[in-house]
Design a protein around this ligand. Structure first.
Ligand code: FES
Length: 81
């Protein structure tokens, strides 16, 4: 199981981490990845200026918005499973 951590610290919360989590949840269902990927919230990942920060299982951190969430999920997460 690979873990994706979405920051729910204050800067990321303000910039929409909740929406990013909802979009990622939909995509996990859409691509039937429930047995491969788990989503969890995280404390501040130290990249508040790039909020919303999301950490991939290899600890690479991405700056994700609700606008680019779908594209980033496909390019940076699904491609690396
Ligand atoms: S609050 Fe999200 S990286 Fe700091």
């Amino acid at each position: 199981m690979k873990t994706i951590k979405v920051c729910i610290g204050s800067a990321c919360h303000i910039k929409g981490s909740y929406e990013v989590i909802e979009i990622f949840k939909e995509l996990i269902e859409e691509y039937k990845l429930q047995t491969k990927v788990e989503l969890c919230g995280s404390f501040c990942l130290g990249k508040c200026r790039d909020a919303v920060s999301v950490m991939r299982w290899d600890e690479k951190i991405f700056s994700i918005s609700k606008e680019n969430a779908r594209e980033m999920f496909k390019n940076e997460f699904i491609s690396y499973l």
